[in-house]
Design a protein around this ligand. Sequence first.
Ligand SMILES: [Zn+2]
Length: 89
Amino acid sequence: MTNTARARYRFAQWTLRAITTMAVRHFGLCLSCDERSTDTTDPDTAQLWCLKHAGLTGHTGYELSAFQHFNATMTDSPAGPTRRSSRPL
Ligand SMILES: [Zn+2]
């Protein structure tokens, strides 16, 4: 008895598109204790959280970050918008 596994690999092209109905989110992170603010659409609110945290704890190192949500779409699938022909031109 053989223990054989077979797999077929196919390389596909994908693209990312920002979800325009979801705004960029911002948050602050304390580098001393890893406490993190809630994420918000307002970058000033994230900075204010850092200042309040500094006042309460005396912690002085912070990181401000922003993130955005994306959808991944396969662009060369048979159902995709940019299907390539296998016939020579
Ligand atoms: Zn802290």
